[in-house]
Design a protein. Sequence first.
Length: 223
Amino acid sequence: MNILVIDDEISIINLIKMNLQLEGFNVLTSLMGMEGIEKFKKQKPDLVILDVMLPDISGHDVIQKMQKINNDIPIIMLTAKSQINDRLLGLQLGADDYITKPFNSTELILRIKAILKRINKKEKSNCNIIEKGILKVFKDERRVFINEKEISLTYKEFDSILLMIENSNKVFTREQLLNKVWGYDFEGNTRAVDILIQRLRKKIYPYSEVIKTVYGVGYKLEL
């Protein structure tokens, strides 16, 4: 497994690289955003760890450029504790997760393994097509169509729509979605779920209303 780390602090890169190598990962590194994008394009990593604050371009710009190249590669953002707006914006742009500096190396490893475990599990699943109403989901290919028109989804957006279409009309609380899509307690921040649902609704417009808000509870897919 190849992991690309983009951060302008050499000490942070060395710390992450050492811990990832001890876990058996191959680590690619970059101190600059544009250089990181080029390595992302050429090396095709399995996961990206990305700092928000970079010397040449912002981490948010990096996310957007990477999404255009391949929006199926998970991205974990590194942010300072005070950068709540940066974290929310990153999630809106398609980042899969974030971890705040200073961070615990064990926590970072656990988050990486949780993401990669879900990837491996899905890659081993049987080929299957789920079609309900306007939606058609190709599980193995990780493709979603609305009325035969394909829509582009990030990794967690696809996981969310797959979970809901497999359990259509079932109401999921925000905490349940965090647990099932993120795979662990996401620092108790259910705002991440709301942001993801907002993105999904925009992408399936004009059929946004199929994702229902159950006030005081959570969300469900109604087809």
